[in-house]
Design a protein around this ligand. Structure first.
Ligand code: PLP
Length: 724
């Protein structure tokens, strides 16, 4: 595919000031989110105006709109800048072809056979707030990697105009949520015209009304992302905001959103002339995508049974959580009204239609999106080895005649996009130490060489990143204080007293109760002794959002926040507001230890610990999700599953024990040159294990080999549908 060939015609929605001719290509560079993982492109934008770059939170479109024109004229005559610019433009041009990619080499017969990837959220860059957390960031990393590997993937999602939400914490620690509106003039979104000048591209009927959908395109390297939008005058006023907020508005709203994503998404691809050979539903939110394809086949003359078979054969479904509440399900009455006679076009009655979403454990009144996805996908996978075992166990009722271990659900352990999550200085160190091409390698021998990195270089590189993080925390507090968004009494809790020479623990993720953010406060006195030790103090930085409807999650957040205000902790416990990808970068690169305390086995994978590992930050975690595969004894610490308990008491005790007896002594054990040699060894093992095994490259190659290629080429495995 040559998806970038049309880039020069893409206009800025709001034109930037005229660029000097020598640097005209900057506009194209800013319009493809691939800039976000190209080091030349990133450093180019940063060099234009570093302070503006930080103030725009790394948004090149905004940067080009706001920079003083004279500055660009100066840079156009700067040979160093121009050389870098030329390199970035060359790279952008090379992205226009997929001839020399891994996929083209590995599967030459599959060139041009498109894979469609559906997901309810995508975390690609913080300037596009259409994600809430791990699922979206993983989907974003998947797209970036598919682009790197040359997989002809197209993505389908929703353009949430009001985003997920911006977080602000009140003085009493309660989370307030406000809309994170997409700034259309700061995001590379291009509306695709409909037929005869219409604004909408496709129409979907639901609850008896036609909903017109506009489609926007966003380019992520070689991968186009098509985002659906219902906010059109042509739509009934109540329908216009249907797609405007992510994960809000209760089940009726969710059902409509998922119906529009699945049915509308397939129709959008058809309207664009795209004919995918394999279809990947990332989580059950996209199940109706398979239903719509079944309808299409019946409309084209196939029997319902044959249509189901054909849809199954080329569908891949990834399930992401063992927490039952994480699996969307709706009342069959609502699904019936939502679909509103649609089943007639599938050649079946309402009862057969609803049976697609039947889950024996939920009963006949419930339409279960995971059951529907499993029924219409021949290839189903979980996201870590342990999650695979748990999912097979949980799915027994769908395959009543099979023992759990032979239920046809595999696993592909998640990974993270290296060029997105590893910091520049660490990458530079590896360039020098490992030689070219290391970022593409999963050769254990190559990654073994990380262990011979120079201690001093690694330590001071890490210290630099830690300083950057703490400076950002202070500057953000300063800004919020000056803007009267933060009271004086909140400044300490925002992290302004953090000290770069103190062992710093990071904990950042959604405030879902099972993640147990407040576990470390179980024994306040014991923790206080650790934190305020005069010789060897400890700092803890928290960040994360609670789902707006999750009151228990908000209570945990409030509980944690109150400790940041407690003078007895001496300003060594901080909460940094508004966790998103921007803050996630700074945190995983700028703390010393990553903490993760999920209740086993509820964390399907977890990915933030992988991001930390790539930056030489070891993890201390219960053995759940990826840590069951990733923990090797020398890249962090683990709390054994036998220790983990419902009440969290034993887990907390073990956590204190590890901190007191192992973590703190190791960190503060310095030699004559003030270097923590034993800690540095652990940092190197973290990089070695993360880089070799937990990158999105390894993950997406596995999807391509074991899921996409067999879906397209067909294989001789027996088809084994679940209980209908
Ligand atoms: C990586 C990431 C997550 C996922 O973290 P987990 O460890 O899986 O909980 C959530 N939010 C953001 C912004 C991230 O970057």
């Amino acid at each position: 595919m040559t998806l970038l060939a049309d880039a020069p015609q893409i206009p800025f929605i709001q034109t930037p000031p005229a660029l000097p001719g020598r640097l005209a290509g900057l506009a194209h560079l800013a319009q493809n989110l691939a800039w976000s993982w190209n080091r030349d492109a990133r450093s180019l934008f940063k060099a234009i105006d570093e302070s503006l770059w930080n103030r725009t939170r790394h948004n090149p479109i905004r940067l080009l709109q706001l920079v003083e024109p004279g500055r660009l004229d100066t840079l156009a005559t700067d040979p160093v800048f121009c050389a870098r610019y030329d390199r970035a433009m060359q790279w952008l041009a090379s992205e226009r072809s997929d001839e020399h990619t891994w996929y083209a080499r590995t599967f030459p017969e599959l060139r041009g056979r498109t894979v469609a990837y559906f997901c309810a959220e995508f975390g690609i860059h913080n300037s596009v707030p259409i994600y809430s957390g791990g699922l979206g960031v993983l989907a974003g990393d998947h797209l970036k990697t598919a682009s790197d590997l040359g997989i002809p993937l197209v993505a389908v999602g929703i353009l949430y105009r009001n985003g997920y939400f911006d977080q602000r914490i009140r003085v009493d620690g309660w989370q307030e949520d406000s809309d994170a509106r997409i700034e259309f003039d700061g995001v590379p979104l291009v509306p695709l015209p409909g037929r005869n000048g219409a604004r909408h591209l496709v129409t979907v009927n639901t609850f008896g009304r036609d909903i017109h959908i506009r489609v926007w395109k966003m380019q992520v390297g070689r991968v186009p992302v098509y985002l659906l939008d219902s906010d059109l005058e042509e739509n009934h006023p109540e329908d216009r905001p249907l797609l405007s907020k992510l994960y809000s508005g209760g089940p009726a709203m969710r059902l409509r959103q998922e119906w529009l994503l699945g049915v509308g998404g397939v129709r959008a691809l058809r309207a664009l002339g795209i004919d995918p050979a394999a279809w990947h539903a990332n989580e059950g939110h996209a199940a109706f995508m398979m239903v719509e394809r079944t309808r299409e086949l019946v409309a084209n003359g196939l029997s319902y049974a044959d249509a189901v078979k054909q849809v199954r054969n080329c569908s891949v479904f990834t399930t992401h959580t063992p927490v039952p509440a994480g699996h969307d399900h709706f009342s069959v009455d609502e699904v019936r009204q939502c679909a509103n006679g649609y089943w007639q076009e599938m050649g079946i009655d309402a009862e057969a239609f609803l049976r697609i979403g039947y889950h024996p454990e939920s009963g006949s009144g419930v339409y279960h999106m995971t059951a529907a996805s499993v029924r219409l996908s021949r290839r189903v996978n979980a996201v870590s080895r342990r999650h695979g075992i748990v999912t097979r166990e949980m799915s027994r009722s769908l395959w009543p005649n099979r023992p759990a271990e032979s239920i046809p659900v595999g696993h592909v352990t998640n990974g993270v996009h290296l060029a997105t999550w590893m910091s520049n200085p660490i990458m530079k160190m590896l360039d020098e130490h490992l030689g070219p091409g290391w970022g593409h390698s999963s050769d254990p021998a190559l990654w073994e060489q990380v262990l011979t990195l120079d201690d001093e270089t690694l330590w001071y590189t890490h210290q630099r990143l830690k300083n950057t993080f703490m400076r950002m925390v202070r500057e953000e507090a300063r800004r919020a204080f000056a803007a009267r968004e933060m009271e004086t009494t909140q400044l300490v809790g925002a992290g302004t007293l953090l000290d770069p020479n103190t062992l710093t623990i990071g904990f950042a993720r959604r405030f879902a109760t099972y993640k147990r953010a407040n576990l470390i406060f179980r024994d306040v006195e014991r923790l206080k002794r650790l934190v305020t030790n005069t010789q060897r103090p400890v700092q803890i930085v928290f960040a994360g959002k609670a789902h707006p409807a999750d009151t228990p999650g908000k209570q945990i957040l409030q509980n944690v926040y109150q400790f940041t205000r407690d003078p007895q902790f001496e300003g060594r416990v901080a909460f940094v507001e508004d966790y998103g990808m921007h803050l996630a970068h700074l945190l995983v690169q700028g703390v010393d230890l990553w903490m993760n305390m999920p209740r086993v086995p509820l964390e399907a994978s977890g990915t933030s610990g992988m991001k930390a590992a790539l930056n030489g930050v070891p993890q201390l975690s219960t053995i759940d999700g990826w840590w069951e595969e990733g923990y090797e004894g020398n890249n962090g610490w683990a709390i054994e599953p036998e220790v983990d308990d419902d009440a969290g008491l034993n887990t907390a005790n073990r956590l204190y024990e590890l901190l007191e007896q192992e973590v703190v002594p190791r960190y503060y054990d310095r030699d004559k040159s003030e270097l923590p040699r034993r800690w540095l060894t652990m940092m190197k093992h973290a990089i070695r294990v993360g880089g070799q095994q937990f990158t999105a490259r390894r993950m997406v190659e596995q999807y391509a080999r074991a899921y996409y290629a067999p879906s397209i080429l067909g294989d001789s495995l027996p088809d084994d549908p679940p209980l209908a």
